[in-house]
Design a protein around this ligand. Structure first.
Ligand code: HEM
Length: 174
């Protein structure tokens, strides 16, 4: 997993819950010294998962709640600084989500060993999109949190439902 995801998670936790919670979560995850992480660093997927799991304990919230908080923060705050260009001229949640497969390929193209999630799109009817998640990481809950974050950012009332471990249904109001 790219370091940028951990850095965004860290910033979100510090901003919303305070630095002590972040430090306690690392200790609980058995990390004695926080490694130096750069956005393009490769971080072991297990490192990310252990930190998220101990955050659930420290903050007394579920994995889904961490994923929702992360998704909201990533879309509305973090990516607005790092990846503003992807929002330019994109006016709706639908258009943004439809770009996500190519955005993940593009953002990781120049990074060695990147393994971005890929998405496939299927329209169930004119307002209902099924996004298929293709990644061996099994982070569908994170995907749901990010999609909800997109809805919030575009101020659209999306209905987002997880359909099993590799599909999400999104109903657009317009
Ligand atoms: C400007 C917006 C976004 C950018 C630039 C971006 C970029 C990235 C990058 C660089 C990674 C790390 C990939 C790796 O380690 O190989 C990642 C992970 C991820 N992204 Fe995004 N992302 C964006 C928005 C979204 C949205 C809206 C979704 C939901 C559809 C999403 C779903 C995910 C998931 C689930 C992961 C975790 C890795 C995995 O499951 O394999 N991202 N993203």
């Amino acid at each position: 997993m790219k370091g940028v995801i951990i850095l965004a998670l860290k910033e979100m936790v510090i901003e919303k819950f305070g630095i002590d919670k972040w430090r306690t979560a690392l200790v609980k995850a058995g990390i004695k010294k926080e490694p130096l992480i750069l956005p393009i660093s490769n971080v072991d997927d297990q490192f990310f998962l252990s930190v998220v799991n101990s955050l659930c304990e420290v903050l007394n919230i579920s994995f889904i709640q961490v994923a929702d908080a992360f998704g909201d923060y990533w879309v509305s705050v973090y990516s607005q600084k790092m990846y503003r260009v992807y929002y330019e001229n994109v006016k709706t949640a639908k258009d943004f989500l439809l770009k996500m497969d190519s955005v993940h390929v593009a953002t990781t193209k120049s990074i060695p060993d990147a393994n971005p999630p890929r998405f496939e799109y299927e329209w169930k009817d004119e307002k209902t999109l099924i996004m298929k998640y293709k990644s061996r990481r099994g982070l569908i809950d994170l995907m749901v949190g990010l999609i909800k974050g997109v809805g919030k950012f575009y101020k659209e009332d999306l209905k987002v439902t997880k359909l099993g471990s590799d599909k999400v249904e999104i109903v657009f109001k317009n």
